[in-house]
Design a binder for this molecule. Sequence first.
Ligand SMILES: *Cc1c(COP(=O)(O)O)cnc(C)c1O
Length: 234
Amino acid sequence: MTKILTNLSKIKEQIQAAQKRANREQDNVELIAVTKEVSVERTQEAIEAGLVHVGENRPEGLKLKIEAIQADVHWHYIGSLQTRKVKQVINDIDYLHSLDRLSLAEEIEKRANKPVKCFVQVNVSGEESKHGLTAEEALSFIESLQNFTKIQVVGLMTMAPNTENETMIRSVFKQLKQCQQQIAERGFAHAPCTELSMGMSNDFEIAVEEGATFVRVGTALVGNERGEQDEHEK
Ligand SMILES: *Cc1c(COP(=O)(O)O)cnc(C)c1O
């Protein structure tokens, strides 16, 4: 077995175990392979291993992989997106995880050929270095998108703080879920807001316990070719 297959089966088991602990066995938890740090070849390998959700965080990386791979997978854009780069990516992706401002929504409205599934990014932890709205701002922001025909708010996305403190991480995920439920209760046609994009290599099990429906895993799944030797070629 290659490294990716080994990693994948371990991560799947971890997700299932976390679902079990949280009594969420009936829920769908989708695994997004974050391939931003790896080559086209390794991305291809991940897809051959059975992954159907692939995430990139730069327009260049996304284009490179979509053009080289041409597979029937769902492409996710997970990074912060500059308004002037919207046109480069918006009609290539199935999901945008980083909707965080009106100017971005307006540009999507102008450039998209069809409705785009968007996660509104929330900076629950309030860390300066992170993008996203506060939980308080998220509801009014989503309300203001009602007349946008190209934006479908499928859920909320967050990144946990950079810490080993599990209690803090868990609290961030809990707050995102509360915020998501409040918005979902409003029953907006343009914002069903049923999904939660949270959890990365170091914290996806906590995220699943707290309600994640999409986890975004890079390093633990496909590795990181910047500082690493190519494991399966050794
Ligand atoms: C890089 C990245 C990930 C994956 O991070 P890992 O720690 O490698 O799993 C997930 N989400 C976002 C937004 C990222 O930029």
